[in-house]
Design a protein around this ligand. Structure first.
Ligand SMILES: [Mn+2]
Length: 261
């Protein structure tokens, strides 16, 4: 089984560079790293080029032009370009726990997607990390919210039951699934543009197609760097698309990944 870590980013090179540092510290490395770049400028490109030049990892930068928030499209393009069996997703404003990839791979199971915990780093600590480009995060760190989520006890994760419903805890910054299960529902729905609902709508279709989920509690941890809230003005239309998927038991959408394959 081969794995790819897919990291989304948009014009926040200071955060991406910390995220990439956390990849270097992983106890188990993915076979491929793909940066899904939703239209960032030169500074982000420089961070990625620098990382590529000093890393032994197979790193791919998938970019499209900036036409607003198009997370669904850039993730489809990135996953189309990867040939790994298993996809692990995070965002460029997150710092991975050193066991992040190991935890996802260890708990991977047929016909199952996994989602882990997100620990929020508050503004003051986030600013400090971004400025120093250094971090040391654990359950005792000052400046994190809901610190119990930073507890790493992966043995306890094995007790989690499979979910046949959409968990409110699903976050696109901490998700893994089989690429074939993703292709089977035609990936992200690109009718969803602007902030919100693209991940939960995808997961609903996976559930509708017979895949179940599992939450990795006390494992697969990401630390999310504080930032100002996104513009959420288009979310109503996205909520309607998600409701349609739920109410009509949809598993396949037209405007998905297939056009890139
Ligand atoms: Mn964020």
């Amino acid at each position: 089984m081969t794995s790819a870590l897919v990291v989304t980013t948009y014009n926040w090179p200071e955060a991406l560079s910390i995220q990439l540092k956390s990849i270097e510290r992983l106890t188990k490395l993915p076979d491929q790293v793909i940066i899904a770049d939703d239209g960032s400028g030169k500074e982000t490109l420089e961070v990625i080029e620098q990382f590529k030049s000093k890393s032994d990892l197979n790193v791919k930068h998938v970019w499209h032009e900036d036409r607003g928030f198009r997370r669904s499209a850039i993730l489809n393009k990135a996953i189309a370009q990867c040939d790994a069996d298993y996809i692990i997703q995070s965002d460029g404003d997150c710092i991975l726990h050193h066991s992040f990839v190991d935890d996802h791979l260890r708990h991977s199971a047929a016909n199952t997607y996994l989602h882990g915990s997100r620990v929020n780093i508050q503004k003051e600590l986030a600013d400090k990390i971004l400025e120093s480009q250094q971090y040391n995060l654990n359950v005792f760190s000052q400046g994190i919210k809901k610190r119990m989520r930073a507890l790493h006890l992966p043995v306890l994760s094995t007790m989690n039951k499979a979910e046949q419903f959409l968990s409110k805890k699903i976050r696109g910054c901490n998700l893994s699934y089989w690429r074939k299960d993703f292709l089977n529902v035609n990936g992200y729905n690109e009718d969803i543009e602007g902030w919100g609902k693209e991940d939960s709508e995808l997961i609903l279709r996976m559930l509708n197609s017979g895949v179940s989920g599992k939450r990795l509690k006390f494992a697969a941890i990401v630390f999310h760097l504080w930032h100002k809230e996104q513009d959420k003005s288009g979310v109503e239309a996205n909520i309607r698309l998600e409701e349609k998927t739920r109410n009509e038991n949809i598993s396949w959408i037209e405007n998905g990944v297939a056009k890139y394959l």
